[in-house]
Ligand binder design. Structure first.
Ligand SMILES: NC(=O)c1ccc[n+]([C@@H]2O[C@H](COP(=O)([O-])OP(=O)(O)OC[C@H]3O[C@@H](n4cnc5c(N)ncnc54)[C@H](O)[C@@H]3O)[C@@H](O)[C@H]2O)c1
Ligand SMILES: [Zn+2]
Length: 357
């Protein structure tokens, strides 16, 4: 088992290891005060892992007062389902020392986490991420949210989990397309800090869900995210590094009306900005072949067919853009990036440069 300490306002640990799902009750007992809990999960994950989690919790003496299943998919990450979850917590008579178990991907973690942040002004919650993306990204850092009609994640809170239990065994049932979404974020981390992640990603067994390498990869990524979020818990500065590839990525998602999955779009976004940086002379050229090889290896692409003007327009309306420009994450080499406030005119130039054949 690997343990990663996250030193945010309320510190917590991320535990990574095969078979840990069955240990969740015992592990949670060390950090949670109350003995009553409610499991929240979606309609794909709950039938697969809900019982195992319940059994583990009950064996450790927990009273699992309810298990809430909502329909799988991003569309469920909305205020209505959030309020349904809150009502179930109230019906289960959770009090302020009780807890919520978020069992699933990023949608579950974000929504159950927000429910925990809101219920009685905040109760404990445990993240049990089951998608690769949730393991390396959304379960760590304490951002919780649901979507509003006007945009993604517009209603949310910072609320750190008390514990994250990551069992790579769960990846055996994750569909391939969902794996790619996780790989895109992992490649993003490698571009931010390559050592030793890049070497792990080059291992021929890197993507074997039953092998030992993937566990190391998850742990490395959690370590990188931990370092970045501990420096900037409430996203006032350096945490923006995690947005590498996301300005163009979000624009691609939006232009495709969300038919291009997030990970594929982030892969494209990372390639576009890296190409732009290399072509404008601010990034070592060797970064590109390294990046292309990884994207290819993990089923992603470095190209899209959108016009620069359309991409710029879509990027301008990004939630993270200000009136005058954006904070760009610019690669300087494979494994090293910097932040720079740039105007939309400059962003337009970069997009044009990055898209050129
Ligand atoms: N809070 C953050 O910091 C943060 C960071 C990145 C992304 N996010 C959010 O995370 C969400 C995306 O996360 P996601 O990709 O995990 O989406 P998701 O939760 O919808 O999971 C993807 C799909 O995989 C299924 N699934 C999950 N684990 C499975 C397993 N082990 N076996 C079989 N099926 C499984 C789910 O049911 C779903 O159909 C988005 O809403 C995004 O906004 C949040
Ligand atoms: Zn992302």
């Amino acid at each position: 088992m690997k343990t990663i300490d996250v030193r945010t306002g309320v510190p917590y640990q991320v535990l990574i290891g095969r078979g840990l799902l069955a240990e969740t009750g015992r592990l949670a007992k060390k950090v949670l005060r109350g003995r009553r809990t409610v499991i929240v999960g979606d309609s794909n994950v709950m039938p697969l892992y809900g019982e195992a989690l319940r059994t583990s919790l009950e064996a450790a003496g927990y009273d699992v007062a309810d298990a809430v299943t909502f329909r799988a998919g991003e569309a469920s990450k909305n205020p209505k389902v959030l309020v349904d979850v809150l009502n179930r917590l109230a019906a289960a008579r959770l009090n302020r020392s009780d807890s919520v178990m978020a069992l699933g991907g990023g949608v579950t973690g974000d929504m159950a986490g927000l429910a925990a942040a809101l219920y009685q002004r905040g109760i404990d919650f445990v993240q049990i991420p089951t998608s690769l993306l949730a393991m390396v990204d959304s379960s760590v850092g304490g951002k919780t949210a649901v979507n509003l009609a006007r945009g993604k994640n517009l209603m949310g809170a910072f609320h750190q989990p008390r514990l994250v239990v990551c069992d790579p065994e769960c990846l055996k049932t994750l569909p391939k397309r969902e794996m790619s979404n996780g790989w895109a974020e992992i490649i993003k981390y490698a571009m931010l800090r390559s050592d030793p992640l890049l070497a792990l990603l080059k291992d021929p067994k890197a993507d074997a869900v039953d092998g030992p390498v993937i566990e190391k990869i998850v742990a490395e990524c959690v370590g990188i995210k931990r370092d970045i979020v501990s420096d900037d818990e409430f996203e006032k500065g350096s945490r923006a590094l995690l947005n590498l590839g996301h300005t163009v990525g979000h624009a691609v998602e939006r232009l495709s009306r969300f038919r291009v999955p997030h990970g594929r779009a982030v892969g494209i976004g990372t390639a576009v900005i890296t190409r732009a940086a290399v072509r404008s002379g601010t990034c070592e050229p060797q970064a590109l072949p390294e990046l292309y090889a990884l994207l290819k290896r993990f089923g992603l692409t470095d190209r899209c067919n959108y016009e620069p003007a359309a991409l710029l327009e879509a990027a301008r309306s990004d939630k993270k853009a200000s009136d005058t420009g954006i904070t760009a994450v610019l690669p300087e080499a494979f494994g090293r990036c910097r932040l720079e406030k740039i105007s939309f005119a400059k962003l337009g130039e970069l997009i044009e440069l990055g898209l050129k054949r």
